[in-house]
Write a new protein. Structure first.
Length: 600
């Protein structure tokens, strides 16, 4: 035991050779720490294999008295793969021995020639079971690799207005009906109306200049792994918003009036025939734009016709003396308060390039004389708040100015038109409101002052004005603000550290502190909207301290009782009043009773 022995190699065992080494190898040697490391037994026989046998193989040899079991049947190996894909052949197969037992044995397969995978078909791969001379065969079936077969195009929106956009979506299916992964595919979009469509990746934008199309058609072209597939044609309807043609109609009417009054000829003051024909064509094109669905085209038609009219006027045959070719005004728009005035000056531009003041010879007309008036000399006086137009004419030329009259003060309880950017003083108060620049034309305001009896703010006293402000906007329009509110307070009673502006939150039924900038008896605050705002000061408690603005809402809430406070008299005075009344009634009864006794 433990001594070197000579080993004979049997060819049938499958070994070809054993390489000798200088260090001896021992059978049954484990580790020196276990009884010197040698197995304490004897060996009758041993075999050397060229692979590591499984426990099942060793057990089978043991049962057969050292002889390997005979294989009766081998599992059929069938593998399917796609063209160009190397098949995955199992590394072990199941065998059945003559005694009926079964076992998984490892197999070594011959290499596969890649050319056998280039097209659909079948072939065999041979191999052998490890440690034996048993040969096995795997049947390989090559099927066509699925390719992109169908593309479906869809969109978030199937109707667009000019200038709008929508996202496009592409889905694909393979030849085996599986869903296609298009993450690495090349997708191109196109349309039969490419002049009006812009593609930005998978976003489609309809041109703002679109005005004649009822719909557009969109397609997708998808290329994946060399296969190109076209999608369905996606139809997207074109919807047009309402178009304002009032300005274009007005310019056309003026141009036609100019043509009607113009004399054609070669004499001074007459117009050349060619100029007349050009203006007629320009009017015709402008009338075509009246049927357009695009506001941009209508606006362009207005500009082009105005230029054509100017060109026509300048084409007049000039006499030896210069003539008026146009008039200019010193205002484009006029905004006045009720106390302000303005004078419109008219300048004539002459054919020789010179100009002349013709105000005294011009004609002025106010469309709504209840809002403003104008004299023959062009002096405008405001009458009441509102918007109207001033028409100015001279030598067959006409111009128009928009006039806005705004009020600089507001009466309590009176609905008043107001205008953007104005600063309004509230009559009878020390309050003023500066309006934002985006205030819509046609806005009105109503301001009411709240009386002391209508206000309940326990722990605080009114130190200035308390106003209820309501704005009314036209046609569902609104203002983003902000508004600037200025409220005055009594400087003789309160200092600037004692006063603040408070806002009444109707939803929570509480007064909320808004602070504000205090200066020279006024508090100024920027507010996003209006409701009830007022100036309050804290009152001292019996302990000499002031109420904390962070006290519970119960201290600031308003008790609703017909929107009025309870009577301010205390219970003691109420009891005294009741006692006096009872005493008076008793005196009257005693007096009547004595009179009756005397009469008896």
């Amino acid at each position: 035991m433990g001594e070197p022995q000579e080993v004979t190699i049997a060819e049938e065992d499958g070994l070809e050779s054993i390489t000798a080494t200088d260090d001896p190898k021992y059978l049954g040697y484990t580790n020196p720490q276990f009884n010197d490391g040698f197995i304490q037994t004897g060996l009758d026989d041993f075999r050397i294999y060229n692979y590591a046998m499984t426990a099942e193989e060793v057990n089978a040899i043991y049962k057969e008295g050292g002889e390997a079991p005979v294989i009766a049947d081998i599992e059929e190996v069938l593998v399917e793969t796609e063209t160009g894909i190397m098949p995955e052949i199992p590394t072990s197969i199941e065998v059945t021995y003559e005694d009926g037992s079964r076992q998984q044995l490892e197999v070594t397969w011959n290499p596969i020639d890649p050319s056998q995978l280039e097209k659909p078909g079948s072939f065999e791969v041979r191999g052998s079971i490890n440690g034996t001379d048993v040969k096995v065969v795997a049947k390989i079936t090559v099927i066509a690799k699925p390719v992109l077969e169908k593309i479906q195009l869809s969109a978030d929106k199937l109707s667009l207005e000019p200038g709008e956009n929508t996202m496009l979506h592409v889905e694909g299916w393979m030849s085996d009906d599986s869903k296609a992964n298009l993450s690495n595919a090349t997708i191109k979009f196109n349309s039969n109306n490419s002049d009006f469509v812009v593609f930005d990746n998978d976003r489609l934008t309809l041109s703002k200049d679109t005005d004649e199309l009822d719909f557009i058609e969109v397609m997708a072209e998808v290329t994946m792994n060399g296969t190109e597939v076209n999608s369905n044609k996606l139809k997207i309807e074109v919807e047009y918003p309402s178009v304002d043609t009032s300005d274009l109609s007005a310019v056309i009417e003026k141009a036609e009036d100019l043509l009607e009054d113009a004399e054609i000829g070669t004499e001074p003051g007459q117009y050349p025939k060619s100029a007349n024909e050009k203006l007629i064509r320009a009017i015709g094109k402008a009338k075509e734009a009246l049927e357009s669905n695009a506001q941009s085209r209508v606006d362009q038609a207005v500009s082009k016709l105005q230029k054509a009219v100017t060109t026509f006027k300048e084409s007049i045959n000039l006499p030896n003396e210069p003539v008026v070719v146009d008039i200019e005004l010193n205002y484009q728009d006029i905004s006045l308060s009720k106390k302000e005035k303005a004078t419109v000056e008219v300048t004539a531009r002459l054919s020789d390039g010179s100009s002349q003041d013709v105000t005294k010879d011009a004609e002025f007309h106010i469309e709504d004389s209840s809002i403003a008036t104008v004299t023959k000399q062009g002096k405008i006086s405001a009458k009441q708040a509102g918007v109207t137009n001033l028409n100015v004419s001279f030598a067959s030329f006409n111009k128009q100015i928009k006039i806005t009259i705004y009020t600089s003060s507001i009466k309590i309880g009176e609905e008043t038109p107001v205008f953007a950017g104005a600063t309004l003083e509230v009559e009878g108060t020390n309050a003023s409101i500066t309006l934002p620049d985006d205030l819509p034309v046609g806005t009105t305001v109503m301001i009411n002052r709240l009386e002391t009896k209508d206000i309940q703010h326990p722990g605080y006293v009114i130190a200035g004005d308390v106003l209820d402000v309501h704005f009314k906007y036209p046609d569902n329009k609104n203002s983003e603000g902000p508004f600037k509110l200025t409220l005055g307070y009594d400087q003789k009673k309160y200092n600037e550290k004692e006063v603040s502006i408070y806002y009444f939150n109707e939803g929570k039924n509480v007064w909320e502190k808004r602070n504000g900038e205090v200066e020279n008896g006024f508090i100024t605050l920027s507010v996003p909207h209006f409701s009830v705002y007022g100036v309050f000061a804290q009152v001292e408690t019996d302990s000499g301290s002031k109420n904390n603005d962070n006290s519970s809402s119960d201290n600031q809430s308003i008790e609703e009782s017909n929107d009025k406070l309870p009577e301010t008299a205390t219970s003691m005075f109420t009891y005294m009043l009741v006692g006096i009344i009872l005493l008076t009634i008793a005196t009257i009864i005693l007096f009547v009773h004595r009179r009756k006794n005397k009469s008896l």
